[in-house]
Ligand binder design. Structure first.
Ligand SMILES: CC(C)(COP(=O)(O)OP(=O)(O)OC[C@H]1O[C@@H](n2cnc3c(N)ncnc32)[C@H](O)[C@@H]1OP(=O)(O)O)[C@@H](O)C(=O)NCCC(=O)NCCS
Length: 91
């Protein structure tokens, strides 16, 4: 068995309050905003040392929006999702 332990803490960027106004939902704006944010994060991640992106979804529907793009829910909190930078770079 390996003696290596997984790190207890991982540097992350928290995407807080990404939202689209109710009367503008379903037109691709959320996806555009998310891709714009991920692009900016990839550009700066090496400088700031981030290894993943974290988002707090407001409800299960919003979580589904993020899961569609590869975000994975934490087992301890399914409304908190994460996406490794390595996954974004492979996309
Ligand atoms: C989640 C949110 C940002 C999506 O914005 P949006 O502009 O309506 O989404 P888009 O029109 O860009 O949808 C893009 C894709 O996601 C899909 N999608 C949208 N909402 C979804 C949901 N609840 N579950 C699964 N997929 C969803 C769309 O079908 C579309 O898929 P397609 O590209 O295959 O057609 C928006 O609904 C919102 O502001 N929700 C409340 C705020 C929130 O929870 N923010 C996150 C935490 S701060």
């Amino acid at each position: 068995m390996s003696s290596h332990k997984l790190p207890r803490n991982v540097p992350a960027v928290l995407l807080a309050r990404l939202a689209v106004a109710d009367d503008s939902k379903g037109q691709g704006l959320g996806e555009y905003l998310l891709m714009h944010a991920l692009d900016a994060i990839v550009t700066t991640a090496a400088t700031i040392g981030a290894q993943c992106v974290v988002v707090d979804a407001v409800d299960a529907a919003a979580a589904g929006f993020y899961e569609k793009d590869g975000f994975l829910p934490l087992t301890t909190n399914p409304l908190r999702l994460f996406l490794p930078l390595a996954t974004i770079r492979q996309a």
